[in-house]
Design a protein around this ligand. Sequence first.
Ligand code: ADP
Ligand code: MG
Length: 237
Amino acid sequence: IEKAAILRKKLGIHVSGLNIPSPLENFEELSTRYCCESYILRNLAALGFREPTPIQRQAISVLLSDRECFACAPTGSGKTFAFVCPILMKLKSGSKNGVRAVIICPTRELAAQSTRECKKLAKGGKLKIKLMTKELSRSGDFMKMACDILVSTPRRLEYAIRKRKLDLSRVEYLVLDESDKLFELGYLTQIDFVVKACSNPSIIRSLFSATLPEAVEEHARTIMHDAVRIIVGRKNS
Ligand code: ADP
Ligand code: MG
Protein backbone atom coordinates (compact mmCIF):
# COMPACT_ATOMS: atom_id res chain seq x y z
CA ILE A 1 0.00 0.00 0.00
CA GLU A 2 2.87 2.30 0.90
CA LYS A 3 4.50 1.48 -2.44
CA ALA A 4 1.29 2.24 -4.33
CA ALA A 5 0.98 5.62 -2.63
CA ILE A 6 4.57 6.55 -3.50
CA LEU A 7 4.08 5.56 -7.14
CA ARG A 8 0.82 7.53 -7.36
CA LYS A 9 2.43 10.59 -5.88
CA LYS A 10 5.36 10.39 -8.26
CA LEU A 11 3.02 10.12 -11.27
CA GLY A 12 0.42 12.66 -10.17
CA ILE A 13 -2.35 10.09 -9.83
CA HIS A 14 -5.13 11.03 -7.41
CA VAL A 15 -7.60 8.38 -6.38
CA SER A 16 -10.62 8.12 -4.16
CA GLY A 17 -12.60 5.06 -3.19
CA LEU A 18 -12.05 1.97 -1.07
CA ASN A 19 -9.49 -0.79 -1.62
CA ILE A 20 -8.00 0.59 -4.78
CA PRO A 21 -5.54 -1.78 -6.46
CA SER A 22 -2.02 -0.46 -6.89
CA PRO A 23 -1.05 1.08 -10.24
CA LEU A 24 0.93 -0.99 -12.74
CA GLU A 25 4.66 -0.55 -12.38
CA ASN A 26 5.20 -1.61 -15.99
CA PHE A 27 3.56 -3.49 -18.85
CA GLU A 28 5.23 -6.76 -17.81
CA GLU A 29 2.89 -6.79 -14.83
CA LEU A 30 0.03 -7.38 -17.24
CA SER A 31 1.29 -10.93 -17.57
CA THR A 32 2.89 -11.53 -14.18
CA ARG A 33 0.00 -10.07 -12.19
CA TYR A 34 -2.97 -10.54 -14.53
CA CYS A 35 -2.10 -13.38 -16.97
CA CYS A 36 -2.32 -11.24 -20.08
CA GLU A 37 -2.33 -13.16 -23.35
CA SER A 38 0.87 -12.77 -25.35
CA TYR A 39 -0.76 -11.28 -28.46
CA ILE A 40 -1.58 -8.08 -26.53
CA LEU A 41 1.99 -7.72 -25.30
CA ARG A 42 3.23 -8.32 -28.84
CA ASN A 43 0.97 -5.54 -30.10
CA LEU A 44 2.21 -3.19 -27.41
CA ALA A 45 5.78 -3.87 -28.41
CA ALA A 46 4.95 -3.42 -32.10
CA LEU A 47 3.31 -0.08 -31.33
CA GLY A 48 6.44 0.97 -29.48
CA PHE A 49 4.64 1.48 -26.17
CA ARG A 50 7.40 1.04 -23.61
CA GLU A 51 5.64 1.89 -20.43
CA PRO A 52 2.09 2.60 -19.38
CA THR A 53 1.00 6.23 -19.03
CA PRO A 54 -0.21 7.26 -15.54
CA ILE A 55 -3.91 6.88 -16.41
CA GLN A 56 -3.20 3.48 -17.94
CA ARG A 57 -1.30 2.32 -14.86
CA GLN A 58 -4.18 3.08 -12.54
CA ALA A 59 -7.28 2.52 -14.69
CA ILE A 60 -6.06 -0.82 -16.05
CA SER A 61 -5.49 -2.29 -12.58
CA VAL A 62 -8.85 -0.93 -11.36
CA LEU A 63 -10.81 -2.38 -14.29
CA LEU A 64 -8.95 -5.69 -14.12
CA SER A 65 -10.04 -5.89 -10.48
CA ASP A 66 -13.67 -5.68 -11.66
CA ARG A 67 -14.20 -2.22 -10.28
CA GLU A 68 -16.13 0.57 -11.98
CA CYS A 69 -14.35 3.86 -12.40
CA PHE A 70 -14.42 7.40 -13.62
CA ALA A 71 -11.13 8.46 -14.97
CA CYS A 72 -10.00 11.93 -15.83
CA ALA A 73 -6.69 12.60 -17.62
CA PRO A 74 -5.49 15.11 -20.21
CA THR A 75 -6.06 14.70 -23.94
CA GLY A 76 -3.35 12.56 -25.51
CA SER A 77 -2.55 10.68 -22.31
CA GLY A 78 -3.57 7.27 -23.65
CA LYS A 79 -7.07 6.87 -22.26
CA THR A 80 -8.21 4.64 -25.13
CA PHE A 81 -5.77 1.90 -24.27
CA ALA A 82 -6.60 2.34 -20.56
CA PHE A 83 -10.05 0.88 -21.20
CA VAL A 84 -9.38 -1.24 -24.29
CA CYS A 85 -6.58 -3.28 -22.70
CA PRO A 86 -8.63 -4.57 -19.71
CA ILE A 87 -11.62 -5.26 -21.97
CA LEU A 88 -9.50 -7.35 -24.36
CA MET A 89 -7.94 -9.18 -21.43
CA LYS A 90 -11.22 -9.90 -19.66
CA LEU A 91 -13.27 -10.94 -22.68
CA LYS A 92 -10.54 -13.36 -23.77
CA SER A 93 -11.95 -15.49 -26.57
CA GLY A 94 -14.74 -14.35 -28.86
CA SER A 95 -18.27 -15.61 -28.36
CA LYS A 96 -21.30 -16.04 -30.57
CA ASN A 97 -23.51 -14.65 -27.85
CA GLY A 98 -23.72 -11.11 -29.06
CA VAL A 99 -22.10 -7.87 -28.08
CA ARG A 100 -20.05 -8.01 -24.87
CA ALA A 101 -18.55 -4.56 -24.67
CA VAL A 102 -19.83 -1.18 -25.79
CA ILE A 103 -17.74 1.97 -26.16
CA ILE A 104 -19.72 5.17 -26.58
CA CYS A 105 -18.01 8.19 -28.16
CA PRO A 106 -19.49 11.65 -28.66
CA THR A 107 -18.74 11.98 -32.39
CA ARG A 108 -18.38 9.76 -35.44
CA GLU A 109 -14.77 10.84 -35.88
CA LEU A 110 -13.86 9.90 -32.32
CA ALA A 111 -15.70 6.59 -32.65
CA ALA A 112 -13.76 5.79 -35.82
CA GLN A 113 -10.49 6.76 -34.15
CA SER A 114 -11.17 4.63 -31.06
CA THR A 115 -12.09 1.69 -33.29
CA ARG A 116 -8.78 1.95 -35.13
CA GLU A 117 -6.85 2.12 -31.86
CA CYS A 118 -8.80 -0.82 -30.48
CA LYS A 119 -8.10 -2.93 -33.57
CA LYS A 120 -4.37 -2.26 -33.34
CA LEU A 121 -4.31 -3.72 -29.85
CA ALA A 122 -6.62 -6.60 -30.69
CA LYS A 123 -4.60 -7.75 -33.71
CA GLY A 124 -3.85 -11.46 -33.63
CA GLY A 125 -6.54 -12.14 -31.01
CA LYS A 126 -9.99 -13.63 -31.48
CA LEU A 127 -12.16 -10.69 -30.56
CA LYS A 128 -14.25 -8.96 -33.22
CA ILE A 129 -14.46 -5.19 -33.07
CA LYS A 130 -17.02 -3.19 -35.01
CA LEU A 131 -17.65 0.47 -35.62
CA MET A 132 -21.36 1.34 -35.75
CA THR A 133 -21.79 2.97 -39.12
CA LYS A 134 -24.96 4.64 -40.36
CA GLU A 135 -25.50 1.61 -42.55
CA LEU A 136 -25.15 -0.81 -39.64
CA SER A 137 -27.45 1.17 -37.37
CA ARG A 138 -30.17 1.22 -40.03
CA SER A 139 -30.00 -2.23 -41.54
CA GLY A 140 -27.43 -4.31 -39.66
CA ASP A 141 -28.69 -7.28 -37.68
CA PHE A 142 -26.40 -7.73 -34.70
CA MET A 143 -28.14 -10.95 -33.75
CA LYS A 144 -26.56 -12.52 -36.84
CA MET A 145 -23.19 -10.86 -36.60
CA ALA A 146 -19.97 -11.73 -34.83
CA CYS A 147 -19.25 -8.65 -32.75
CA ASP A 148 -17.62 -8.67 -29.33
CA ILE A 149 -16.79 -4.99 -28.98
CA LEU A 150 -19.03 -2.32 -30.49
CA VAL A 151 -17.96 1.32 -30.80
CA SER A 152 -20.69 3.85 -31.48
CA THR A 153 -22.11 7.32 -31.01
CA PRO A 154 -25.14 7.46 -28.67
CA ARG A 155 -27.70 8.18 -31.38
CA ARG A 156 -26.82 5.28 -33.66
CA LEU A 157 -26.73 2.93 -30.71
CA GLU A 158 -30.18 4.00 -29.57
CA TYR A 159 -31.52 3.66 -33.10
CA ALA A 160 -30.29 0.07 -33.47
CA ILE A 161 -31.65 -0.94 -30.06
CA ARG A 162 -35.07 0.53 -30.82
CA LYS A 163 -35.17 -1.40 -34.10
CA ARG A 164 -34.55 -4.56 -32.08
CA LYS A 165 -31.54 -5.48 -34.14
CA LEU A 166 -29.19 -5.08 -31.22
CA ASP A 167 -29.46 -6.73 -27.85
CA LEU A 168 -27.24 -5.35 -25.10
CA SER A 169 -28.41 -7.61 -22.29
CA ARG A 170 -25.13 -9.54 -22.30
CA VAL A 171 -22.83 -6.55 -22.27
CA GLU A 172 -20.07 -6.96 -19.67
CA TYR A 173 -18.29 -3.62 -20.21
CA LEU A 174 -19.74 -0.22 -20.97
CA VAL A 175 -17.41 2.71 -21.54
CA LEU A 176 -18.45 6.34 -21.87
CA ASP A 177 -15.49 7.93 -23.61
CA GLU A 178 -15.03 11.72 -23.61
CA SER A 179 -17.93 11.74 -21.21
CA ASP A 180 -17.73 15.48 -20.64
CA LYS A 181 -18.47 16.02 -24.34
CA LEU A 182 -21.21 13.39 -24.29
CA PHE A 183 -22.98 15.36 -21.59
CA GLU A 184 -22.18 18.73 -23.17
CA LEU A 185 -23.74 17.62 -26.45
CA GLY A 186 -26.92 16.73 -24.61
CA TYR A 187 -26.83 12.96 -25.00
CA LEU A 188 -28.14 12.38 -21.49
CA THR A 189 -31.40 10.66 -22.48
CA GLN A 190 -29.67 8.48 -25.08
CA ILE A 191 -27.06 7.46 -22.54
CA ASP A 192 -29.63 6.59 -19.91
CA PHE A 193 -31.47 4.57 -22.54
CA VAL A 194 -28.31 2.62 -23.40
CA VAL A 195 -27.40 2.16 -19.74
CA LYS A 196 -30.86 0.60 -19.17
CA ALA A 197 -30.48 -1.62 -22.24
CA CYS A 198 -27.24 -2.99 -20.76
CA SER A 199 -29.20 -4.98 -18.22
CA ASN A 200 -26.57 -7.51 -17.16
CA PRO A 201 -26.32 -6.95 -13.38
CA SER A 202 -22.60 -7.69 -13.27
CA ILE A 203 -21.71 -5.11 -15.92
CA ILE A 204 -18.63 -2.94 -15.30
CA ARG A 205 -19.16 0.65 -16.32
CA SER A 206 -16.50 3.26 -16.75
CA LEU A 207 -16.25 6.85 -17.73
CA PHE A 208 -13.22 8.47 -19.35
CA SER A 209 -12.74 12.13 -19.95
CA ALA A 210 -10.30 15.03 -20.11
CA THR A 211 -12.29 17.09 -17.61
CA LEU A 212 -14.64 16.03 -14.88
CA PRO A 213 -17.27 18.72 -14.39
CA GLU A 214 -19.36 18.49 -11.22
CA ALA A 215 -22.55 17.78 -13.20
CA VAL A 216 -20.97 14.86 -15.05
CA GLU A 217 -19.65 13.32 -11.86
CA GLU A 218 -23.02 13.74 -10.17
CA HIS A 219 -24.83 12.01 -13.01
CA ALA A 220 -22.20 9.28 -13.14
CA ARG A 221 -22.75 8.58 -9.46
CA THR A 222 -26.40 7.81 -10.16
CA ILE A 223 -25.36 5.23 -12.78
CA MET A 224 -22.42 3.55 -11.11
CA HIS A 225 -21.86 1.68 -7.92
CA ASP A 226 -18.75 1.72 -5.77
CA ALA A 227 -16.80 3.47 -8.49
CA VAL A 228 -13.16 4.42 -8.10
CA ARG A 229 -12.35 7.99 -9.02
CA ILE A 230 -9.02 8.49 -10.79
CA ILE A 231 -7.65 11.90 -11.63
CA VAL A 232 -4.33 12.48 -13.35
CA GLY A 233 -3.11 16.04 -13.24
CA ARG A 234 -5.71 18.65 -12.52
CA LYS A 235 -9.41 17.86 -12.60
CA ASN A 236 -10.50 20.50 -15.08
CA SER A 237 -7.39 21.20 -17.10
P1 ADP B 1 -6.55 10.29 -25.06
O1 ADP B 1 -7.79 9.44 -25.32
O2 ADP B 1 -6.19 10.33 -23.62
O3 ADP B 1 -6.67 11.65 -25.64
P2 ADP B 1 -5.30 8.40 -26.85
O4 ADP B 1 -5.78 7.15 -26.26
O5 ADP B 1 -5.99 8.86 -28.09
O6 ADP B 1 -5.32 9.60 -25.78
O7 ADP B 1 -3.72 8.25 -27.09
C1 ADP B 1 -2.94 9.27 -27.62
C2 ADP B 1 -1.76 8.69 -28.39
O8 ADP B 1 -0.83 8.09 -27.48
C3 ADP B 1 -2.15 7.62 -29.38
O9 ADP B 1 -1.48 7.85 -30.57
C4 ADP B 1 -1.69 6.35 -28.73
O10 ADP B 1 -1.37 5.36 -29.67
C5 ADP B 1 -0.49 6.79 -27.92
N1 ADP B 1 -0.24 5.96 -26.72
C6 ADP B 1 -1.15 5.40 -25.90
N2 ADP B 1 -0.57 4.75 -24.89
C7 ADP B 1 0.76 4.88 -25.04
C8 ADP B 1 1.91 4.41 -24.30
N3 ADP B 1 1.77 3.68 -23.19
N4 ADP B 1 3.13 4.75 -24.77
C9 ADP B 1 3.27 5.49 -25.89
N5 ADP B 1 2.24 5.95 -26.63
C10 ADP B 1 0.99 5.66 -26.22
MG1 MG C 1 -9.70 9.69 -26.08
